[in-house]
Design a protein around this ligand. Structure first.
Ligand code: NAD
Length: 477
């Protein structure tokens, strides 16, 4: 595009990108000390501004439970930084790789190298964690990083931009505006790697845009995460843990249990227990500060639509009140609702719910559950409750998902040494811990030839000796 026709926001985006590309191509890769220093500055920025960040996120949500912001965002990031600081020297070191006998004496090394400029597109639901967790991995790997937060979190995005600008050279780390038109233009930049966290629908658009530049992507997408309550499960325990995981951030969590499969005879007992747990955790007062608001009126209306459709198609609900209750609606607090008698034709069973509605499906044979799951997109997460190891292992073997927690929900995500990432429609690639470092590095194989190796014996003209060498190679292969 002719530069003179570009809006100031698009020109600023281009300038920021080119400054990072220039730095990444012309300066040596940052040494360990510089990377540690960047991570420590990020850590200090987070702890010095914890309250401000928490308030900005709450302003964007209408209300965001402060404990949730602390646990799921700030402390999560602090733990990731602490872990990275400790093990980064080992991650950065060239890795020894075995050398086949015929090349002896020689050395193989796998050398991690920064890719260059990494772009990060983040959603609104955990805006701090999902902008900075990939940034920690990308900075640790020595990259330059550009972040584009969601347009639905304007208070947070403005604050993050201000804090990053005050603490980092924009050629190392920068936050772009949230202006109209930036999202598409951002995804179209020829990054060396692009991390997108968001919906599967937009993920497809971003993957297409990145594909035009052959930019490799990490896509952290969404979808419906099934929860299976086996006949061997303790249903009191399962109800408590599922209720917590579902209502964290009012259900606006990518790995929240989306729906539950319960043995048919236990359906009503389980639904009652779930509802009681929800009441015990969050009570009946919409102003309860522990309960988070829905991000926007549009999202609230979408959830109301899902519930209306389920009721019209015969579902029964367990809830304190209706989402139309003005006391709840004016705060955009959506009453936690158990949807009993969900069926596959209901919209609630067809799209990711992303809110505090929990449909219950029933089954007679566990095979029905596996068939249902395998007939749909690969889920981001899967949860299984029970004590029957054979039943558990059958589900593990016959379903493919981004991750699994057994006898609880969400917790596989919090394991620093495990990769985070979906599969199929729930995502491509991984990050967190060393998995992120590796994703954002070129792991470059380097072969160091030894002067004593007899490679020369292989060169033409091929005389009588080649037959002996061939024989040896056949023996070694
Ligand atoms: P979204 O897909 O609507 O938006 C995500 C980001 O993409 C935003 O920053 C938005 O501005 C940007 N965007 C929108 N259109 C774009 C375009 N054409 N080109 C480039 N960027 C564009 O998602 P959301 O509503 O913000 O977040 C909710 C979704 O994210 C849910 O589906 C949830 O499951 C998923 N999610 C996944 C994870 C994970 O780790 N897998 C984590 C959180 C959320």
């Amino acid at each position: 595009m002719d530069q003179s026709l570009k809006s100031p926001a698009l020109s600023a985006l281009d300038d920021a990108f080119h400054a990072q590309v220039e730095a990444s191509r012309n300066a040596p890769p940052p040494a360990l000390a510089a990377r540690l220093d960047g991570l420590k500055r990020l850590r200090a920025m987070l702890s010095d501004n914890e309250k401000r960040l928490e308030q900005a996120i709450s302003a964007d949500f209408g209300h965001r439970c402060a404990v949730e912001t602390t646990i799921a965002e700030t402390l999560f990031l602090q733990a990731e930084i602490r872990h990275t600081l400790k093990v980064l020297p080992r991650w950065m070191a060239p890795r020894r790789i075995a050398t086949a006998l015929q090349f002896w004496p020689a050395r193989n090394r796998l050398i991690p190298q920064p890719l260059g400029v990494v772009g990060i597109i983040a959603p609104w639901n955990y805006p701090l964690q999902l902008t900075l967790a990939p940034a920690i991995g990308a900075l640790a790997a020595g990259n330059r990083v550009m972040i584009k937060p969601s347009e639905l979190t304007p208070h947070f995005s403005a604050l993050l931009k201000e804090l990053i600008a005050a603490n980092f050279d924009p050629a190392q780390l920068t936050v772009t505006g949230i202006d109209n038109g930036i999202a598409e233009a951002f995804a179209a930049l020829p990054f060396d790697h692009l991390v997108f966290t968001g919906s599967t629908r937009v993920g497809r658009i971003v993957a297409e845009a990145a594909g035009r530049n052959l930019t490799p992507v990490t896509l952290e997408l969404g979808g419906k995460s099934p929860t299976i309550v086996d006949v061997s499960a303790d249903i009191d325990e399962a109800a408590e843990r599922i209720a917590y995981a579902k209502l964290l951030n009012a259900g606006q969590t990518c790995i929240a249990p989306d729906y539950v499969f319960v043995p048919e005879p236990q359906r009503d007992a389980f639904a009652g227990k779930l509802h009681r747990q929800m009441l015990q955790m969050f009570g009946t007062n919409p102003a309860n500060a522990d309960y988070t608001s829905i991000i926007s009126e549009r999202h609230y209306a979408r959830l109301e639509g899902l519930l209306r459709d389920a009721i019209a198609r015969g579902a029964k609900t367990l809830s304190t009140t209706s989402p139309e209750d003005p006391a709840w609606k004016k705060l955009r607090k959506f009453p936690p609702t158990v949807v009993v008698g969900a069926t596959p034709d209901m919209a609630i069973m067809q799209e990711e719910i992303f809110g505090p509605l929990l449909p219950i499906m029933t089954y007679r044979q566990s095979d029905e559950v596996i068939r249902h799951i395998n007939a749909h997109d690969r889920p981001l997460a899967l949860y299984w409750f029970g004590t029957d190891a054979a039943a558990r292992d059958t589900v593990l073997a016959r379903t493919v998902s981004g991750g699994v927690t057994i006898n609880d929900c969400l917790l596989h995500f919090a394991q620093m040494n495990q990769p985070m990432g979906g599969v199929g429609a729930s995502g491509i690639g991984h990050y967190h811990g060393e998995w992120g470092f590796n994703s954002f590095s070129k792991l470059k194989p380097v072969f160091y030839r030894s002067p004593f190796n007899r490679m020369k014996d292989l060169y033409p003209p091929y005389g009588a000796s080649i037959a002996r060498i061939e024989k040896l190679l056949r023996f070694l292969s």
